[in-house]
Design a protein around this ligand. Structure first.
Ligand SMILES: [Zn+2]
Length: 256
């Protein structure tokens, strides 16, 4: 039997979903972990059904936040459709955890057994088209833009509760981060993580370093705790909050 030449078949979705801008906006919203689709050829990657509901498969709640935020701001939103277990779109090509063998205690059998050709196809057909689309969006803009990367994090990891409601991850663009940290703390009702629950680095992340930091574009990587955005009400609440704060961030960024 000959192997098909492609990973994605006619019934698989295209790897990115674009919600186009409905009005001029300096923000390009990106969501690396918004989806949990799996190409039909990969089956369930040997991962039990219940684990597909967990944070290891996608960033729970962030698709709803992104869509609602996009609607209020009128900004472009580009979302990855495939699960981070198929390929993590916030990891550089070839990164050791790009197609994890284990994720938060769950064995990803289909990744452990994946041949080099299958790995290469996931990069070629899922990772690269998504990042090419982001690059194209940035290149097409004549006015200044900021890249806003949306993520969510699990409230409990490795047996430890995480107190933050929201985190701002940063590395090179500390100015953007500090403005946003200040705005979030100013809300008065939030526990705000500064490079928590993760630290942004050039190797642990890909989208922000690759598209924004390398080009000197202003950027924010935001993490919202998943229990706060588990339902539509929470997603809308956070979308409204960010839709209020992001324009304030942009204004402060341009103050001397
Ligand atoms: Zn994420």
């Amino acid at each position: 039997m000959t192997e098909p030449n492609t990973l994605l078949g006619p019934d698989d979705p295209t790897p990115f979903r674009v919600h186009p801008a409905s009005q001029p906006s300096p923000f390009i919203l990106v969501s690396d972990h918004a989806g949990r689709a799996v190409p039909a050829r990969l089956g369930n990657l040997g991962v039990p059904m219940a684990d597909w509901e967990r944070h290891i498969a996608w960033d729970i709640g962030i698709h709803g936040v992104g869509e609602a935020l996009q609607k209020i701001l009128g900004a472009t939103l580009i979302e990855q459709v495939y699960s981070r277990l198929v390929i993590d779109s916030n990891r550089a090509p070839g990164h050791p955890t790009s197609m994890p063998f284990v994720s938060d205690g769950t064995d990803i059998v289909g990744n452990r057994e994946a041949q080099a050709a299958c790995r290469a196809r996931r990069e070629a057909e899922i990772l690269h088209p998504y990042h090419d689309r982001i690059a194209e969006e940035i290149a097409a803009r004549k006015d200044p833009v900021a890249l806003i990367a949306l993520h969510s994090f699990t409230p409990r990891m490795n047996g430890v509760d995480r107190p933050w409601h929201v985190g701002v991850l940063h590395h090179r663009d500390t100015r953007s981060a500090h403005i946003m940290l200040d705005l979030l703390r100013g809300e008065g009702d939030l526990c705000v993580g500064d490079n928590e629950p993760y630290v942004l680095t050039e190797t642990s992340d890909y989208t922000v370093p690759h598209h924004a930091e390398a080009a000197g574009l202003p950027c924010l990587e935001l993490e919202i705790r998943q229990d706060l955005i588990a339902d539509t009400a929470g997603q809308n609440e956070w979308a409204e909050r960010l839709a209020r704060l992001l324009p304030q961030y942009w204004e402060r960024l341009h103050q001397k």
